[in-house]
Design a protein around this ligand. Structure first.
Ligand SMILES: [Zn+2]
Ligand SMILES: [Zn+2]
Length: 332
């Protein structure tokens, strides 16, 4: 099978021919149809995540069809599934036992610690696969597997921290924000899009999706926000976001990696404002999110690349060239 593999960090992915993997007892073999390209993949290639077990196949927004199931894997061949970031948890650590498997001490993540979806066939533990609608186009479903899901978990955490969470700031208007924006509008809220200074294209894109306000990340909108969700990996946005958030509001950091956060006056945090990161996802998040998008199909805006163009997709993401999400089309 064809695959794009990371042989060493801080070097481009390399196209290779590999044998089709064999599913273990609790695994399914999936023929990949499409795989989204996430900012985390860029952190992986750049060596910004700890202990990367190279060689590794990136990709954790995988949509494909089950072609074979292991003896104990109760999913049927022919079924379309999504394979998300959370690939395996121990079920036994203090976090797993406390219903917080997203924080599992021994978790294995797809496309980081387990081979992912930048290839034609992959194996995944069936318990972590998410059944996805077979009538939808796999390229449009792929970004929901991480960009969509992490955005959903950010909103859930923000809702738990601040009451009446209706005016929501989104910092970094890319793959995750453009999906979450639609969910916010659907539930009757308002979103405020903060982009790289001067990025008129991204601001126009936000207005087309129904933004109440769109502007530069160093601007402060007239209305105070209930919460701000930061998807850009830029620590300097945290103090900026705090300035726009009302008392009792929250700033949520949705990325796995962020540059250092500069110091800021305590007065910015005073008034029971919260700052929280959001880490990974639980299987419950996956089920909830996909049942929501079945009722209200969000529209993902995708930029398609061939599997062998994965390096170009990563560079386009790095340089902020994309309105929406980058997706590798693996199967024609
Ligand atoms: Zn665990
Ligand atoms: Zn991701």
């Amino acid at each position: 099978m064809r695959a794009m593999i990371l042989n060493a960090v801080r070097s481009p992915l390399v196209p290779v021919e590999l044998p089709v993997p064999k599913p273990g007892n609790t695994e399914v073999l999936v023929r990949v149809e499409a795989c989204g390209v996430c900012r985390t993949d860029l952190h992986l290639v750049d060596g910004e995540l700890p202990d990367i077990p190279v060689p590794i196949i990136p990709g954790h927004e995988v949509v494909g069809e089950i072609v074979k199931a292991g003896a104990d894997a109760s999913l049927e061949p022919g079924m379309r599934v999504g394979i998300p970031w959370l690939g395996w948890t121990c079920g036994d650590c203090v976090y797993c036992r406390a219903d917080a498997e997203n924080l599992c001490e021994h978790a294995r993540f797809t496309g980081y610690l387990l081979d992912g979806g930048y290839c034609e066939y992959t194996v995944a533990d069936y318990r972590y696969c998410i059944p996805v609608h077979s009538e939808s186009n796999p390229e449009e479903l792929a970004p929901l597997l991480c960009a969509g899901l992490i955005g959903y978990r950010c909103l859930k955490i923000a809702d738990s921290l601040c009451r009446n969470n209706e005016k929501i700031g989104l910092f970094g208007f890319g793959a995750a924000a453009h999906i979450l924006a639609q969910i916010i509008v659907y539930r009757g809220g308002q979103f405020f899009a903060f982009t790289r200074p001067g990025d008129q294209d991204a601001q126009q894109f936000a207005y087309r999706l129904g933004a109440t306000w769109a502007g530069d990340s160093d601007q402060i909108p007239a209305a105070a926000l209930d919460c701000a969700i930061i998807f850009a990996p830029a620590g300097h946005l945290v103090p900026l976001a705090l300035k726009s958030v009302r008392k009792g509001g929250a700033v949520i950091c949705g990325g796995i990696h962020m540059s250092d956060i500069p110091s800021f006056p305590y007065a910015s945090l005073w008034g029971e404002r919260h700052i929280s990161s959001v880490a990974n996802l639980t299987r419950q998040d996956g089920m909830e999110f996909f049942s929501k998008v079945r009722k209200f199909p969000v529209q993902t805006h995708v930029h398609l690349y061939q599997l062998e163009e994965a390096n170009r997709a990563l560079e386009d993401l790095r340089h902020g060239k994309l309105k929406g999400a980058a997706v590798l089309r693996v199967r024609d």
